[in-house]
Design a protein around this ligand. Structure first.
Ligand SMILES: NC(=O)c1ccc[n+]([C@@H]2O[C@H](COP(=O)([O-])OP(=O)(O)OC[C@H]3O[C@@H](n4cnc5c(N)ncnc54)[C@H](O)[C@@H]3O)[C@@H](O)[C@H]2O)c1
Length: 438
């Protein structure tokens, strides 16, 4: 059993803490947000993540998992301090490291035993060295052994617990192989491949992985737009491509583009780092531009179908950036809503989990209780997030409720042909074989 402190109780921190506790460790999760910690202590999770609430309760009950805002208490006797605070975009697209600095300084001020500081946050290449420097300077005079290890996180919101417990790989970067091995042992019961590299390489693996996945989505979206113009079906194109083992099926779904808490900020941060270091990241720039255009193209389709958007009522199904999470950071739905409202449309919305979180960003929107209320008197209905409950809707009912039966299926979830047979004007993404989008 190891003593672990996890700093930050967002998606990554709370999942990391709860899962390490479930593996039998003594874990203290710390956050500077008192409300968040009080909530968790009262069984209210700060995020929606399937299975998390129950696993948290089990481990708290078993006496292995604790929550606090007190750094002294959290770091007392800790062998590992995992930093899992946010690294949002700064004004120029760079990763804003203020929270990392805050965490590093608090570690420096409060450690009293040798410790391995593990960076789980996604941080620019070179941050591990910088964190070591921040801690060293802060402790000037009071020497204490500490090592910094980079351990980038690859979990996906919506399946975070499973991703933590069954990872494809654990990446550990350090200048001190022994420290990396110590962290590796925390994961040994998961029986997954462990790659040990130097600090900067580990940090780059995370950015390169996210940028590559975003590139795949932008690539298939570019192909989708060609399919629309040339009469092909991108879903079958992606299927045919994915059957090639060298390509595979993942991240080849055309739609409204990528969003969420990671891809947008990480691609931007990598581009920023690249320019700052004298390289020309033209592929990343194109990947971001394709993504922006994908939202605009959806709005263009609606505008054309409805002969303008001013005073048109548009229903949006789904607000979170993907199903099974309430995270709306850089969600495509929010960008589509903004564009629609700019053109004078009235927007109605429904999401099974993300309404409260999204509310501050879409103050003019009308919040509905389900898909049917959203469709009622709408001139257009947009599927922005493919939640399970949207898979099997009563489309006859929706047809009778809508003022104008125009559907924009931004996730290619529905059977366009049968919807057209029911009298809908149906737009998918990249489904040129239905002769739509023109
Ligand atoms: N969300 C994901 O799916 C995901 C996946 C992989 C990697 N990451 C990376 O992990 C990091 C964390 O992401 P997240 O989505 O969990 O963040 P988040 O914004 O949900 O949570 C961050 C938490 O850190 C707390 N915090 C800020 N400063 C602090 C400090 N000095 N001391 C203690 N707590 C502090 C905040 O109060 C907040 O609760 C980011 O770098 C992100 O890029 C996220």
């Amino acid at each position: 059993m190891s003593h672990i402190c996890v700093i930050g109780t967002g998606y990554v921190g709370v999942v990391t803490g709860v899962c390490f506790a479930d593996l039998g460790n003594h874990v203290v999760c710390l956050d500077v947000d008192q409300k968040r910690i009080d909530g968790i202590k009262n069984g209210i999770m700060p995020i929606y993540e399937p299975g998390l609430e129950q696993l948290t309760a089990q481990n708290v009950k078993a006496g292995r998992l604790f929550f606090t805002t007190d750094y002294k208490e959290a770091l007392k006797g800790a062998e590992f301090a995992f930093i899992a605070v946010g690294t949002p975009s700064g004004v120029e697209g760079e990763a804003d490291l203020q929270y990392i600095r805050g965490a590093a300084e608090s570690i420096a001020d409060n450690i009293d035993t040798p410790i391995v500081v593990v960076n789980k946050s996604t941080v620019p290449v070179g941050t591990g060295d910088w964190v070591a420097d921040v801690i060293r300077k802060r402790r000037s005079g009071k020497q204490l052994e500490f090592m910094v290890v980079s351990n980038p996180e690859f979990l996906r919101e919506g399946s975070a617990i499973n991703d933590f417990m069954s990872p494809d790989r654990i990446v550990l970067g350090s200048l001190d192989k022994e420290a990396a091995q110590k962290v590796a042992r925390l994961y040994s019961s998961l029986r997954c491949p462990v790659l040990i590299t130097d600090l900067r390489t580990a940090e780059m693996i995370k950015y390169a992985s996210n940028a590559f996945l975003a590139t795949r989505i932008s690539f298939i979206n570019e192909i989708a737009n060609m399919c629309e113009e040339m009469g092909a079906d991108v879903r079958e194109v992606a299927q045919g491509m994915g059957m090639d083992k060298r390509i595979g099926h993942a991240f080849l779904d055309a739609g409204l583009g990528w969003g969420g808490s990671c891809f947008p900020k990480d691609v931007k941060a990598l581009e920023h780092m690249a320019v700052l270091n004298g390289t020309h990241p033209q592929l990343l720039q194109a990947v971001m531009e394709i993504n922006r255009n994908q939202r605009r193209r959806a709005v263009l389709k609606l505008r054309k179908a409805l002969g303008g958007l001013n005073e048109k009522v548009i229903g949006i199904l789904g607000l979170s950036f993907k199903p099974n999470t309430d995270d709306v950071r850089d969600a495509p739905a929010l960008e589509v809503i903004r564009l629609l409202e700019n053109e004078g449309a009235v927007v109605k919305v429904y999401d099974p989990q993300a309404m409260d979180v999204a509310a501050p960003y879409i103050k003019k929107a009308v919040f509905c209780k389900d898909a049917y209320e959203t469709a009622e008197n709408s001139d257009g209905l947009v599927l922005a997030t493919e939640w399970n409950e949207f898979k099997q809707l009563d489309f006859q009912r929706i047809r009778s409720l809508m003022r104008n039966p125009v559907i924009l299926d931004g996730r290619n979830l529905w059977d366009g042909e049968s919807l057209r047979a029911m009298g809908f004007t149906y737009f998918g993404v990249g489904r040129g074989n239905l002769q739509n989008g023109k």
